[in-house]
Design a protein around this ligand. Structure first.
Ligand code: 13P
Length: 342
């Protein structure tokens, strides 16, 4: 393949030990939900203020290898006129771009969805590469319940779309992050989450191999294996770690360049503790780290409150959150000494 060496270099930079990825890639609509937490209206200037606060936070480059942006933010600037991707590149952080266009009903399959965004994707990737993007993200949403969902058809349809997206990224010299998010929402137990996540990943990797995607030049973004948020008993970090790693060993080929986690609606502290427990089990065939959105952004938003005078404190909170997750990715996080993450 034309770009293989470049793709492997990007993967290894993204998966650098002790570092992880910030997913600041909310669509404009979802960014509004974040701003609503601090009672700000969903205006472009507030979205820009929040992204500028995040990307210019001093010191984050020690713990962040990459930041994922959205179309409107990769084309945006700081107040001083510096393009956001250039701010990141100057710090040695790789810019990434979410390229899917969200989900639509999978007609005939009640409650299930398929992700859109393949039309014209090759041209968009060329444009994003020129803007500095070196990796991309595509999120498939896998709805789970106690017995019926997801259907095999929805897993197969989403896997084919992810494979085509991954092909187009690799042809453009961009590392695809493939994200089949098995939702945390629900009242299923952890055993059900393990079974569904294993099957999801088995179908995904079978499909990626079938369509000749280069697994060394690809990163998997996965959910942790968790009982649903409505299930009465929440599992311990060690149960979660064991179930998650069993899942990967049953489904993820060893050539895959790396595995990163989404936080999925867990509290920031829980996401960090669970990553720490996973890393604490020891070395795995793949480097593993974090690629959180909510678990990194929520503490920052709550510190910022939309007020300019709070920016330095909010930036320190981001540094703290990425530092704690950097430690967790190496199994060195001590939750009892961390009073800041809740
Ligand atoms: P959360 O960490 O908020 O789950 O978001 C990660 C992500 O990129 C979802 O697509």
């Amino acid at each position: 393949m034309k770009h293989a060496t470049k793709l492997y270099e990007t993967v290894s930079a993204l998966m650098a030990p002790g570092k992880g990825i910030l997913a600041a890639d909310e669509s404009d609509a979802t960014a509004g939900k974040r701003l609503a937490m601090v009672h700000l209206p969903n205006e472009p200037e507030h979205r820009q203020d929040f992204r500028e606060l995040l990307f210019t936070a001093p010191g984050i480059e020690e713990y962040l290898s990459g930041v994922i942006m959205y179309d409107s933010s990769i084309k945006n600037f700081t107040d001083d006129g510096i393009p956001f991707p250039d701010v990141l590149t100057a710090k040695g952080i790789l810019p990434g771009i979410k390229v899917d266009l969200g989900t639509k009903d999978l007609h005939g399959f009640k409650g299930e969805v398929v992700t859109e965004g393949l039309d014209g994707l090759d041209n968009r990737l060329t444009e994003y590469y020129e803007l500095g993007a070196r990796f991309a993200k595509w999120r498939a949403v896998i709805v789970i319940d106690e017995d019926k969902l997801p259907t095999t058809e929805s897993l197969e349809m989403n896997a084919v779309q992810l494979a085509r997206y991954a092909q187009l990224c690799q042809a453009a010299g961009i590392v695809p992050m493939v994200e089949p998010e098995v939702l945390y929402a629900g009242d299923h137990d952890i055993a059900r989450a393990e079974m569904v996540t294993t099957r999801t990943l088995q179908i995904l990797f079978h499909t990626l191999i079938k369509y000749k995607v280069d697994l060394r030049g690809l990163i998997l973004k996965s959910s942790m294996v968790l009982a649903g948020d409505m299930y009465p008993e929440q599992s311990s970090p060690s149960e979660i770690a064991n179930a998650t790693l069993r899942t990967f060993h049953m489904s993820v080929p060893h050539e895959v360049g790396g595995i990163v986690f989404l936080s999925g609606g867990q509290t920031p502290k829980r996401a960090t503790e669970n990553l720490n427990a996973i890393a604490g089990i020891g070395e795995q065939p793949w480097p593993i780290t974090f690629s959180y959105s909510r678990a990194l952004e929520e503490p920052v938003l709550l510190t910022w409150q939309g007020k300019p005078e709070n920016i330095p404190e909010a930036q320190k909170m981001l540094l703290h959150a990425v530092m704690m997750n950097g430690l967790a990715s190496q199994g060195q996080y001590d939750a009892s000494k961390d009073s800041k993450l809740k």
